[in-house]
Structures are given as structure tokens and as C-alpha cells.
Ligand binder design. Structure first.
Ligand SMILES: Nc1ncnc2c1ncn2[C@@H]1O[C@H](COP(=O)(O)OP(=O)(O)OP(=O)(O)O)[C@@H](O)[C@H]1O
Length: 231
């Protein structure tokens, strides 16, 4: 589904990613771990087309994506749940979800009932403003908005950040459920180690813009993964 070969990324003169290789497969949860500031969000931004990579190859379903816009990539099947959620505070919950319609044909532009089954709170609050929701509710809204685009690849940037434990559990169950459907590749960036470790099929760990560990969870020792996360 997703294949990155030797990806580099710059902000102006400053190089942030130094040759990242990564694969995320359909029906699998791939986790990218790393302490603050190593480049995890920058990598997701490159995959989502928010800030394009400067070198290397980015392949989606075998097709190279070079300098592609966020809109093109969303239409091509990349669903992005950004860090901080980026909910529009003055728009209603329903309107926030409907933003995802921009990627769909006119005939497909209805809110699927399953979305409200996954996130019942969004049904109750669909006419409230996005800014009135708690952090956890906003996170659920951000995931729902990405799912409405019917992604083949779902990018989640620290979905547990600043969220209370019961909602974290709920989000974990939704991620597992989506994965069990086998229809998408999920790439999860997390700093909450136990949450990510529990969900992961494949783990990457990053330091200073480079992948320093890569393997199937079943073949990696937990202590070895934790070792890569020491500051
Ligand atoms: N727009 C930008 N312009 C310049 N530098 C940036 C920009 N965005 C991020 N950086 C820098 O790039 C580096 C990687 O940041 P990034 O947000 O990708 O890391 P991260 O691993 O996601 O960190 P965190 O876990 O804190 O979100 C940091 O040194 C950061 O200061």
C-alpha cells in the first residue's frame, strides 16, 4: 500500500528526514515511535502532502507521488488525522465531518450511519459547534472526518495526546475494529508506548530523522524497542 524509499524532507535549509524507508501494508497496523522532535509528524505531513518530501520515492499502491497536493493524496486514499486534530471550532460537528465529502463523488456524499455507530457521541452532538467538544470528542471527530473520505491508508498522529483514559480505550477499540475489516493500512504515530505496542503489527522507531529500528512486533523484543526511546 505505502512504500517509502530513502525519503528526505527539508524545511528551508534545515534537513529533518534523512533517508527514511518504510512500508505500511493493508490490514496491518504500522506504528512509528520516537521521542519529541525526531521527525514523526514531518513524515506524516509528507505522506499526506501537507509538506512534500525533498528526495527519495513515495509510492502509493505502486504509483509514485511526487510533489502531490494534500487534496490529490486525500482523493487517492490517504486519510489524515493530524496532531492537534485541527477541528474547525465554529463549524458544527456535522459540518466538520462533511469536509471529507470534498474527496468523494457527489453520489457518495452522505454521512454513513456506521460512523455514528463507531462514535455515538458524534450523533448526539452533531449540531453542536466543534469548539464545544472536549479534546477526546474532537479526536473522535477528527478520526470520523478522515474515515468519511474512505481512506486506503489512515494516518493517525498521536491520537491519545491529551485525552482521558476511557476515551483512549475507545479510540484503541476503533483502531482495532478498522484494522480487523482488513480494508486499509493504518500508520499510527504515538508517544504513548503501551497503547501503540498493544496495537502494532509492525514497529518503526525513529531518531533524528532516521529509522533506527524496524521489525514485526512478534520478532522484536519489547526491551529493545524501549531502548530506542530513551532520551
Ligand atoms: N514548519 C517547520 N519549520 C521548521 N522546522 C520545523 C517545522 N516543523 C517542525 N520543525 C522541526 O522539525 C523537527 C521535527 O519535528 P516533528 O514535529 O516532525 O517531530 P515529531 O517527532 O513529530 O515531534 P513531536 O512528537 O513533538 O510532535 C523539529 O526539530 C522541529 O522543530
Amino acid at each position: 500500500m505505502l512504500e517509502l524509499k530513502n525519503i528526505t524532507l527539508h524545511y528551508g535549509q534545515s534537513q529533518i528526514l534523512h533517508g527514511v524507508n518504510m512500508v505500511a501494508e493493508k490490514g496491518k497496523i504500522t506504528c512509528l515511535l520516537g521521542v519529541n522532535g525526531v521527525g514523526k509528524t514531518s513524515l506524516l505531513k509528507a505522506i499526506a502532502g501537507v509538506h512534500n518530501h525533498s528526495g527519495g520515492q513515495y509510492l502509493l499502491d505502486g504509483a509514485e507521488k511526487k510533489a502531490a497536493s494534500a487534496h490529490h493524496l486525500a482523493k487517492a486514499g490517504v486519510g489524515y488525522v493530524p496532531q492537534g486534530r485541527d477541528i474547525f471550532p465554529l463549524m458544527t460537528v456535522r459540518e466538520n465531518m462533511e469536509i471529507g465529502f470534498a474527496c468523494l463523488d457527489k453520489s457518495e456524499r452522505t454521512l454513513p450511519e456506521e460512523m455514528f455507530e463507531l462514535f455515538p457521541v458524534l450523533k448526539e452532538m452533531q449540531n453542536r459547534r466543534g469548539g464545544d467538544l472536549s479534546g477526546g470528542q474532537q479526536q473522535q471527530l477528527a478520526i470520523a472526518r478522515a474515515l468519511i473520505t474512505k481512506p486506503k491508508l489512515l494516518l493517525l498522529d498521536e491520537p491519545t495526546e491529551g485525552i482521558q483514559p476511557n476515551i483512549i480505550q475507545q479510540i484503541g477499540r476503533v483502531i482495532s475494529f478498522l484494522n480487523d475489516q482488513g480494508q486499509m493500512a493504518i500508520l499510527l504515530v504515538e508517544q504513548y508506548f503501551e497503547f501503540a505496542y498493544q496495537l502494532a503489527d509492525h514497529i518503526y522507531s525513529m531518531r533524528r530523522g532516521e529509522i533506527i529500528l524496524d521489525g514485526k512486533k512478534s520478532e522484536l523484543k519489547k526491551a529493545a524497542v524501549l531502548e530506542t526511546l530513551k532520551v
